[in-house]
Design a protein around this ligand. Structure first.
Ligand SMILES: *Cc1c(COP(=O)(O)O)cnc(C)c1O
Length: 386
């Protein structure tokens, strides 16, 4: 079966993915299994998605209940799960309004539109993002992504995007004071860029400069959000109050959902007909996200921080480990003498699923992974770093 799946993939799937050499059949918690019976421990959660592990029973029950009650209506009608979820997200964050889409790119697309319309009154249309950022794969979110390698082949890109280096306060001051900037979009921890947290002083300064220049402060929490870093959203740990927060990946715990949260300065910017999505906030994904967000409490966050400390302790000074970066259970490990891709494929061979991000091995394990599974996975990881 594995061979057939791989052959059909290469025959019929658009060749956009460099896949690992493994077919997955089923999953339970932090364990996956292939059709060949090969078993894996999961340190990747499908890129930060299955926060409580694969096929978590409580999540499955919530989704199944909604699936057999009401699956889809479009946004032409009101539905309770969508409104309940929006209310919960606003109550938990202090934000005022939510727009739901189906992915991180769409959440960011909404943020970009909000910033553009916000700046319309005084002809400000420039959106500033950081060098080495990642914001998605659509044409506009690629333009927002501050990495040259994403800017090949697909131009012309929309105008009005400028990039500034992370943690460089004078450069940020210069670019935000030009008088034509409407929004600043940034990740608190650059994920795809190599799991690099921003400097807290830079983040605080960014907030101050946005306030002083009437610029929307927009935080991309697609990867860092929903408990991943040990708080509901990572910006909380930087002591800022963003105007826009985007999230996706783990939001619905395994179903496609993105959200763009709007604070009081921009809650009324979008009006009827300004934006929309056929599937956005559909009852099934909303029920899934309600289950996830209502379970993300202080106990879970304490567990995230504890597990993160354990992983760091285990890996610090381990042979072949050059450095460890990240926040909470979003961890980047730089190998000393191997490439991240080499380490990741050797781990997979040995039954451990990990991710990479630039030159780092990236870990995004389930937030509730058992210490037994953590220990077993870390043993495999250490073997292949050495
Ligand atoms: C993954 C990611 C995105 C894109 O999300 P998709 O759901 O793949 O569109 C955007 N921003 C950040 C920070 C991400 O990690």
């Amino acid at each position: 079966m594995c061979q057939e799946v791989k052959q059909a993939d290469s025959a019929y799937i658009a060749g956009t993915y460099g896949r690992f050499d493994a077919v997955m059949l089923k999953g339970e918690g932090a364990h996956y299994e292939g059709p060949d019976g090969k078993r894996y421990i999961d340190f990747g959660t499908g890129i930060g998605v299955t926060l409580f592990g694969a096929c978590d029973p409580d999540w499955v029950a919530a989704v199944t209940h909604q699936l057999t009650t009401l699956g889809h209506t479009s946004n032409l009608y009101y539905t309770e799960p969508q409104t309940q979820l929006a209310k919960l997200l606003c109550e938990r964050t202090g934000m005022k309004k939510v727009f739901f889409g189906n992915s991180g790119a769409e959440a960011n697309e909404c943020a970009l539109k909000v910033a553009r319309k916000y700046g319309e009154k005084d002809n400000r249309d420039v959106i500033v993002t950081l060098v080495n950022s990642f914001h998605g794969r659509t044409i506009a979110t690629l333009a927002a992504t501050g990495q040259d390698r994403f800017h090949e082949h697909f131009g012309p890109f929309p105008a009005g995007f400028r990039y500034t280096p992370a943690n460089d306060i004078p450069a940020l001051e210069a670019i935000l004071s030009t008088g034509n900037v409407c929004g600043l979009l940034m990740e608190m921890v650059q994920g795809e860029g190599g799991v690099i947290p921003l400097d807290p002083a830079f983040v605080k300064k960014a907030e101050e400069l946005c306030r002083a220049n009437d610029i929307l402060l927009m935080v991309d929490e697609v990867q860092t959000g929903n408990g991943r870093t040990g708080t509901l959203y990572a910006y909380e740990q930087f002591g800022i109050h963003p105007d826009v927060v985007t999230t996706a990946k783990g939001l619905a715990g395994g179903l496609p959902m993105g959200a763009c949260l709007l604070g009081e300065r921009c809650e009324h910017v979008l009006g009827k007909g300004d934006h929309g999505s056929t599937f956005g906030g559909n009852p099934i994904c909303a029920a899934a996200a309600l289950n996830v967000i209502s379970r993300l409490n202080e106990d879970v966050f304490a567990g995230v921080k504890e597990r993160a400390a354990y992983i760091r302790k285990e890996l610090t000074g381990a042979p072949g480990v050059k450095s460890i970066t990240g926040l909470g259970l979003m961890i980047g490990i730089l190998p000393e003498n191997k490439t991240a891709a080499e380490v990741a494929s050797a781990c997979l061979q040995d039954g451990l699923m990990v991710l990479t991000a630039h030159e780092k091995v990236r870990l995004l394990p389930p937030l509730n992974i058992s210490y037994e599974d953590l220990a077993a996975g870390l043993a495999i990881l250490k073997k292949h770093f050495a």
